[in-house]
Design a binder for this molecule. Structure first.
Ligand code: UDX
Ligand code: ADP
Length: 478
């Protein structure tokens, strides 16, 4: 297929106007930081979801739809200056020199590739909107995590709408260049990751478009950290980075289970291996398994891709990383039941943390969902406390509304104190910093005894919990 970029102008002026389609966890923070660092560029973030846009425009910055440390300050600096949030998708595309596609790409639930491939309907719809509304030359940047060769789809849609300057038709020229610019920000540290990235990756085959995007990042990212590759390498690098990170987590969780069985301590093992400079210390924290919108989806994408190219052994290798993650979550739920004398029916259990990691209100693929569902299936009464996750979100995730009494029911607690009342156990599922300084001497007397602490994140002060009368279990500790 000939790339639309072949027909595009080889050079164009500096980028003055950016539109981002999708005001989610990626689009919102990324555009806020671009606007902050590039005051000369007008940045408009658009979304079909009017309530999400209204939340981004809320004068009360504590009500932004995405919670990220430091994001409120960045938005406060730029909103109304060169950053705006709008539902006027067509107008923003028409005015833009560069359009970022930052829409959701969840795993397909049905049809070909169900359970593995990404559902690209939102990418296709947004590419069609760009094709219909863009004017002049527009650089289209894939920001969402996508299967390899998605750029081909985007290019094909845009190519059909392209009107070259040499066309005899009356309509104004309209040309496109497609780039891949995957996001490597991690939730909870999004602003810091965007402000000081390890690298920015730009994939494409139009050198002028690549340089135009590089010059946007060049406002604050050192030149040697801006990497240029072909389109497919860029798309595959994103999947590979996430697959490698997730694989480290499944590896340490596998070793953690062995530590529990043998009397070793996974934290000591992680420290010992992490001091080997070839291995390094990061992403070796045993826990309840990885969550978040990216890891599982990206690995499943990789698995699907390998299957498509007949690489069954490679597919099975990566599939095992996801399977071990699910196993870890079910294992922890089973372990809680076993320690509570083999039954949790009608027993109160306080769950501390529901977000997939600390410092975010995001619960997508959170280990808490599967672990709570298993405990509910066993008949437990859960009181869930999370400083940032709403009860409405928990209802969505658990598939049932809160209920105060009965078996297999849950309710949200406003405070840890409220959650532990008459509980037989506390299960820590997210590593919120506040859980490190819980006052166990005040909490434990409220519980029913014998009472347990299950710390799947290794954050609690175990000595204090023991001193207050709890029996304690910590992940990966024999
Ligand atoms: C990830 C990638 O890190 C980021 O580069 C990519 O752009 C998006 O996906 P994110 O999912 O936001 O970011 O968070 P991350 O910090 O990677 O954590 C993912 C999950 O792994 C969380 O559930 C976290 O608790 C878990 N984790 C992480 C561990 O269990 N142990 C670790 O050592 C590290
Ligand atoms: P991510 O974590 O990748 O940012 P989110 O689901 O948080 O994903 O955000 C994606 C956003 O994209 C959603 O708010 C959704 O409403 C928006 N979106 C999806 N398709 C379109 C579209 N065609 N036009 C505008 N916005 C869209």
């Amino acid at each position: 297929m000939s790339s639309p970029s072949n027909a595009s102008p080889s050079a164009f002026g500096p980028i003055r106007s950016i539109c981002c389609i999708g005001a989610g966890y990626v689009g919102g923070p990324t555009m806020a930081v671009i606007a902050d660092r590039c005051p000369g560029i007008k940045v408009t973030v658009v979304d079909l979801n009017a309530s999400r846009i209204a939340a981004w425009n809320d004068p009360d910055l504590s009500r932004l739809p995405v919670y990220e440390p430091g994001l409120d300050a960045v938005v406060a600096r730029c909103r109304g200056r060169n950053l705006s949030f709008s539902t006027e998708v067509s107008a923003a595309i028409a005015a833009a020199d560069m359009v970022f596609l930052s829409v959701n790409t969840p795993t397909k639930l049905k049809g070909v590739g169900a359970g593995q491939a990404s559902d690209l309907r939102w990418i296709e719809a947004s590419a069609r909107e760009v094709a219909a509304c863009a004017q002049g030359h527009t650089i289209v940047v894939e920001k969402s995590t996508l299967p390899v060769r998605t750029a081909e789809t985007v290019q094909a849609i845009l190519a059909a709408a392209q009107r070259n300057p040499s066309d005899q038709s009356a309509a104004a020229p309209c040309t496109f260049s497609v780039l891949s610019n995957p996001e490597f920000l991690a939730e909870g540290t999004a602003v810091a990751d965007l402000e000081h990235p390890d690298r920015v990756l730009i994939g494409g085959d139009d050198p002028a478009a690549i340089e135009a995007l590089a010059s946007v990042y060049g406002h604050w990212v050192p030149a040697e950290r801006i990497l240029r590759t072909n389109l497919w390498s860029s798309e595959l690098s994103k999947l590979t980075a996430n697959a490698f990170l997730a694989q480290r987590i499944s590896s340490i969780n596998a070793i953690g289970a062995l530590c529990e069985a043998t009397g070793a301590d996974v934290h000591e093992v992680a420290h010992a291996i992490g001091t080997d400079s070839r291995i390094g210390p990061k992403f070796l924290k045993a826990g309840p398994g990885f969550g978040g919108s990216c890891f599982q989806k990206d690995i499943l994408n990789l698995v699907y891709l390998c299957g498509h190219y007949g690489l069954q052994e490679v597919a099975a290798y990566w599939q095992a990383v996801v399977e071990l993650n699910g196993w870890q979550q079910h294992r922890l739920a089973r372990l809680v039941v076993q320690r509570l004398f083999g039954t949790v029916t009608g027993k109160r259990i306080a769950v501390f943390g529901f977000a997939f990691k600390a410092d975010t209100n995001d619960t997508r693929e959170a280990p808490a969902i599967r672990i709570c569902q298993d405990l509910l299936e066993e008949g437990a009464q859960l009181a869930i406390y999370d400083p940032k996750v709403s009860s409405a979100q928990m209802t969505d995730d658990l598939g049932q509304p809160p209920q105060a009494q009965g078996e297999g029911v849950w309710r949200a607690a406003e405070t840890p104190e409220e959650a532990v009342r008459q509980a037989d156990a506390v299960v820590i599922l997210t590593e919120w910093a506040s859980f490190a300084s819980l006052d166990w001497s005040m909490l434990v007397p409220q519980m029913r005894h014998p009472a347990w602490l299950f710390d799947t994140r290794s954050v609690a002060d175990l000595a204090a919990a023991r001193a207050a009368g709890l029996q304690v279990w910590r992940v990966g500790m024999g």
